[in-house]
Design a protein. Structure first.
Length: 121
């Protein structure tokens, strides 16, 4: 289940973002989160897997237009990596934004392409 980020999730979001190589310091993590908090077209979505109670993943998206999403960040709890959790997360994103095409950034396009190939898109 995808849920919208709220300020009370800041530590969880920072923890998930910290798994990115580009986010080495806590200060830059908070700056990244602040950018999402202050922008009207950027959103953080937190992911709770089916049959779970805890947040295990995060997506950073930009609603570029009514029919276009840009995936800026994707992060999964390392304990779930290699189990297809990232693809499940993207499947839920596509279900929630079924009218939108999802594109990536330099940081996310390779992973997004793997997901699209698995989907047959």
């Amino acid at each position: 289940m995808l849920i919208p980020y709220r300020k009370e999730h800041q530590k969880i979001a920072a923890g998930l973002l910290s798994f990115h190589d580009k986010m080495e310091k806590y200060h830059s993590l908070l700056n990244e989160i602040e950018i999402y908090e202050q922008s009207n077209n950027l959103s953080l979505l937190l992911w709770i897997p089916t049959q779970e109670k805890n947040i295990q993943g995060l997506l950073g998206i930009e609603q570029e237009s009514a029919r276009m999403l840009v995936l800026h960040d994707i992060s999964i709890n390392p304990s779930l990596r290699g189990e297809g959790a990232g693809f499940l997360l993207l499947n839920e994103l596509q279900e929630n934004y079924s009218d939108c095409m999802i594109s990536g950034t330099n940081a996310t396009v390779a992973y997004l392409d793997k997901w699209k190939q698995k989907q047959g898109n």
